[in-house]
Design a protein around this ligand. Structure first.
Ligand SMILES: CC(C)(COP(=O)(O)OP(=O)(O)OC[C@H]1O[C@@H](n2cnc3c(N)ncnc32)[C@H](O)[C@@H]1OP(=O)(O)O)[C@@H](O)C(=O)NCCC(=O)NCCS
Length: 214
């Protein structure tokens, strides 16, 4: 689903959970997967690492294990940056050369017509909240777009910031016609290269994808 928004020098791969198995992983990744007791979570981890392996192969023709920090973020092989996301059925990974990008962040979320609770108050800043609710017919899809964009931002920023932060740390503005949010990151001491990031958005039926590269 990301082909429309991924630049040529970023490789991506999406894997269906049913199409991968533990034999697709490097031995170090198989060892990491044994820490998951819940089958669903273990399968998602395996699919994410399998997608990361395929994305590396597309980028460089080779692949190395992707580790896991104690804070749960992926540790990419030397010279690479990347990001992983999973849904119920699919896992996607993006990878690029560290000489081209400082960081990547990816997220996929599925839009439900009747999600039950409205989380817009919790995840949105005041201006984002006004944008979400300015069109009653679009408020649910805008909520999921903002959520998805902020999850991708979190994954791009956290490994460089390494301190907890919440949804109010980013302020998003939707750029009509460009299919992206422009973000301002409101975190003290953050690398200036991460202060203002674009979040590229794509939609496929009821699924939204977000990609950040900096
Ligand atoms: C980390 C987080 C983003 C994961 O999102 P999720 O919807 O649970 O799961 P996804 O399937 O999309 O992504 C999971 C992957 O994210 C990656 N990830 C986990 N923690 C991460 C972190 N701190 N930094 C970067 N990537 C991380 C991992 O690769 C993980 O997959 P793996 O465990 O199989 O390797 C989420 O749990 C979280 O903590 N969000 C914080 C939200 C927030 O405060 N956002 C505000 C930003 S402004």
């Amino acid at each position: 689903m990301f082909s429309a928004i991924v630049p040529d020098n970023i490789a991506f791969h999406c894997a269906h959970l049913d199409d991968v198995n533990i034999g697709d992983l490097h031995i170090e990744e198989r060892q990491l997967s044994s820490a998951f007791s819940h089958d669903g979570r273990k399968n998602a981890f395996i699919a994410g690492r399998a997608a990361a392996r395929q994305a590396q192969l597309k980028l460089t023709g080779a692949s190395a294990p992707v580790g896991r920090d104690v804070e749960r973020y992926p540790i990419w092989p030397d010279g690479l940056v990347g990001s992983i996301t999973h849904t119920e059925n699919t896992a996607c990974a993006v990878v690029a050369k560290a000489s081209d990008y400082l960081t990547l962040g990816i997220d996929v979320e599925t839009y439900q017509e009747n999600p039950g609770i409205d989380v817009s108050r919790r995840i949105a800043t005041e201006d984002e909240y006004l944008w979400i609710h300015s069109d009653p017919e679009k408020k649910r899809e805008r909520t999921i777009q903002v959520f998805c964009a902020k999850e991708a931002l979190f994954k791009a920023i956290y490994p460089h910031y390494e301190k907890p932060f919440g949804f109010q740390a980013a302020e998003l503005s939707w750029l009509d016609g460009e299919s992206k949010f422009q973000s301002t990151i409101l975190l003290n001491g953050i690398d200036p290269a991460l202060c203002s990031l674009d979040v590229h958005m794509v939609r496929q039926e009821n699924t939204f994808g977000a990609l950040v590269y900096a």
